[in-house]
Each structure stands twice: as structure tokens, then as C-alpha cells.
Ligand binder design. Structure first.
Ligand code: PLP
Length: 418
């Protein structure tokens, strides 16, 4: 048996089902990405049923987590997928999605990137006038979509705000005349327009505002088959402080209203799409690691572990906050919180998972778990410092624990070097 000295997310959600963190580390080694199928399916269903409007097709943004076993579950739950690169298209096709269940939304695509999608018959959205011209040269007399900048952005960090005035993304609505001209000259049909305003909004105001802008603009085009509103739906990373999730019921109601009003104005029940990644994959995943010891330096108490930024890049990349749980087999562990700084094993001072966090002091051999790591966790991991990338396991609804990606080996580190 073991004690959880802080946090209750994994208890409340029965995250470990029939297994325990100690059994998992014992069998699959540390650090380890662990996913829970029940939680993943629950999120997929919530998004699938977000609105009552009939012609609604949510797309899971595969960049958040591209493990093929998870993608197969996405397919099973009936969602489509959106992809950013030929590699993501390759993974989605390998998971069993057909071309018409994929949407390709690249940024700064090369001719080869675009040709890859064209050859696979995957509808592509371009996001600048120059990319539209390039696409027209490569694939005239065809269908195309365009990503517009709705003028409003949102997100948890400037690095992930992807609309508004300070972003490389999207065609500006003021470039409308030029867009029409390129479309006409090349006999391209604009079948879809899309936006993606940024990542991790917890209030839907900016999303609704940008959507309203985009829909007003959409009325200028009479060939549309769909409008795609992008992703960015946030999750509560501060659950231990009582942060509430995004109110999906209220958001769904608002969208339902907007969709049916638009259908009336437009004269057709046009298809609406969204592209959430994080809200689907994030809370079904955690990273387990091993506590390597503690150290005092001046006023700071450091807790060391084997989860460096090679394993989880979000804290160093965006100053992201993740809830932490600690599990111990010690008898009568001290449960008193004290401020500690949790660090990884990478040779850089920035390798910090959590700064001045109130935690009970762990000891060597305890397990540390980073919550909400299912999205942009493994996907952004690397083998920096020549640490082979982690394994990933899935706790299936049946209770079975499935290794869905083996741990990389030293041979893998050298495999691509000729
Ligand atoms: C990253 C991205 C998404 C998904 O964003 P989330 O914040 O994970 O929902 C959707 N669409 C586009 C175009 C993206 O770049």
C-alpha cells in the first residue's frame, strides 16, 4: 500500500483503476507517461455532444497527443482530426482515419508539404495570400479552405495567442478582395473558412467574439460547406486550488444559438467544426517520476526528480503550472506543506517543474506525479541530454494496463546517425 501525501485528483477519478503508481514504475520504469482511457473517452463524448445543432463535426487536434492508440480511440468515438504537418497526416491515416475525416491546417507549408496533402486528397486550409497562390499553382480547379484572422486572440501565454495583431497566423479579413481574385483566377472553390484564436481560454467571451466576427465575414462567400472555429478550450490546471473547468454547457448553448441563427441567414445548415486538442487529451494523462532527493541551497529547498524538461517541456516553455501529487510507501509520512522548488535532472538551471510550491517534503524513492500532462506532454518531449524518451502506458477501461509506446533505448539514440 501507499499514501498520497498531497492531491486527490487521481483518487477522485479512480485514475489508477486496478493498478498503483508503484506497480507501474516497477513494471515500466521511470519516468512514465500514464493515460486513463475512461477519462479520455469521457472528454471525447463531451466534445462530440457539445451542441444540439445537427451538422456539427468536432475535430481532435492531433498535435496535442499523437499516440496511435489514443488516435484509434478518437476514431472509435466518431470525431474527425485536424493536422498541422505531413507527419501528423501520416499518423492519422495510420490510425485508420480516411482522407475525408482529416483537415490539414499548416503554417508556412513548403511545396512538398502541400503536395503530400494534395496526393492524399486531404482538404487543406492555407493561412496567407502567398500560401494561397502557391496552393493554386499546385492544385488549380480544386477545393480549398482559408484560415482567417478574426482580429481577436486569446490564450494563457503570448506564445500561444494565435489571432489579433501580433501573430504570424491567418489571412486578414481586409485582404478579402485579393483572396477572391486569386480564387477566381485559379478556379478554386472556397469550401471552408477557419480560425484558431489561441490556446487555453477559460472564459468563452473572446472565442464568442471572434466567432461572431468570422461568421459575419463568412456571409461574403456563398460557396462555403463548413466553418471551423478552431480549438483552444482550456482546462483547469489549478484543480488543487479549486479552479473550475470551462463551462461547456453554457458555451454549447451559446454556440447552438449562433449556429442556428447563421444557418437561417445563410439559407443552409452549413457544417460547423471545432478543433480542440488540449481539452480532450490533457486530463487523461499524468507523468510519473522518481524522487531522487532533496537539497537546501540558501533559502530554497529543492526536490529533485527524474522529470526534466526533456520529459515535460511546458513549465520551461510557457511557465506553465501543473498540479503535483506525491505517493510514498513510508510509514507515517510528514504531511506538513512547506515551500519547495521541484527540479529535474537536466544540466540547466531553468530545469524547474514547480517554483516555491507548498508540498510535503518527499524522500528518495517516493513517486512524484505531474497532473494534466496528456496534452503537449509527450508530444513536446525530447531526448535532450541523451535521455531516451519515456514509455507511455494506457490504463484501459477494462482495468488492463497496456504499453502503448515502449521506452526508447540507447540504440534508438544512435539509430539515425549514419
Ligand atoms: C494547436 C491548434 C489547435 C488545438 O489547440 P488546443 O489549445 O489544444 O485546443 C487547433 N487548431 C489549430 C490550428 C492549432 O494550431
Amino acid at each position: 500500500m501507499y499514501t498520497t501525501t498531497i492531491g486527490n485528483y487521481t483518487k477522485e477519478t479512480n485514475f489508477f483503476n486496478c493498478t498503483t503508481p508503484f506497480e507501474l514504475i516497477n513494471e515500466f520504469d521511470s519516468p512514465l507517461y500514464v493515460y486513463n482511457e475512461n477519462i479520455f473517452r469521457k472528454r471525447l463524448k463531451e466534445i462530440k455532444n457539445l451542441v444540439k445543432y445537427k451538422n456539427f463535426v468536432p475535430h481532435y487536434s492531433v498535435k496535442a497527443n499523437t499516440n496511435i492508440h489514443l488516435l484509434k480511440i478518437v476514431k472509435d468515438e466518431g470525431l474527425h482530426v485536424d493536422t498541422m504537418s505531413p507527419g501528423e497526416i501520416y499518423m492519422a491515416l495510420a490510425s485508420g482515419f480516411s482522407s475525408n475525416e482529416l483537415f490539414y491546417i499548416p503554417n508556412n507549408a513548403t511545396q512538398d508539404d502541400l503536395n503530400y496533402a494534395i496526393n492524399k486528397k486531404i482538404l487543406t486550409s492555407v493561412d496567407s495570400l502567398s500560401q494561397l497562390k502557391l496552393y493554386a499553382e499546385l492544385n488549380p480547379n480544386s477545393n480549398v479552405a482559408i484560415r482567417f484572422n478574426p482580429g481577436v486572440g486569446a490564450g494563457h501565454h503570448q506564445k500561444v495567442v494565435t489571432a489579433g495583431k501580433k501573430t504570424k497566423f491567418g489571412v486578414n479579413m481586409s485582404e478579402f478582395d485579393e483572396v477572391k481574385k486569386i480564387l477566381e483566377e485559379n478556379n478554386l472553390t472556397l469550401v471552408g473558412i477557419n480560425q484558431h484564436i489561441g490556446s487555453l481560454f477559460m472564459e468563452s467571451d473572446a472565442f464568442i467574439e471572434s466567432t461572431t466576427n468570422l461568421l459575419e465575414f463568412a456571409k461574403e462567400f456563398d460557396t462555403l460547406e463548413f466553418i471551423d472555429l478552431g480549438g483552444g478550450f482550456g482546462i483547469p490546471y489549478h484543480k488543487q486550488e479549486g479552479q473550475k473547468p470551462l463551462d461547456l454547457i453554457a458555451l454549447g448553448d451559446k454556440l447552438d444559438n449562433i449556429f442556428s441563427n447563421f444557418a437561417k441567414d445563410y439559407g443552409r445548415e452549413i457544417q460547423f467544426q471545432i478543433e480542440p486538442g488540449r481539452i480532450i487529451a490533457c486530463e487523461c494523462g499524468i507523468v510519473l517520476g522518481t524522487v531522487t532527493g532533496t537539497k537546501q541551497n540558501s533559502d530554497t529547498t529543492y526536490v529533485g526528480c527524474d522529470i526534466g524538461f526533456n520529459v515535460l517541456a511546458r513549465p520551461i516553455m510557457y511557465d506553465s503550472y501543473h498540479d503535483i501529487e506525491i505517493y510514498t510507501k513510508r510509514e507515517n509520512p510528514d504531511l506538513i506543506n512547506q515551500p519547495v522548488t521541484v527540479v529535474g535532472n537536466i544540466c540547466e538551471s531553468g530545469d524547474i517543474l514547480a517554483k516555491d510550491r507548498a508540498l510535503p517534503l518527499p524522500e528518495y524513492g517516493d513517486i512524484i506525479a505531474i497532473m494534466d500532462a496528456g496534452a503537449y506532454g509527450f508530444a513536446m518531449s525530447s531526448s535532450y541530454n541523451q535521455r531516451p524518451r519515456s514509455a507511455e502506458v494506457l490504463i484501459c477501461s477494462s482495468g488492463e494496463v497496456k504499453l502503448i509506446r515502449r521506452r526508447e533505448t540507447f540504440e534508438d539514440l544512435i539509430a539515425c546517425m549514419k
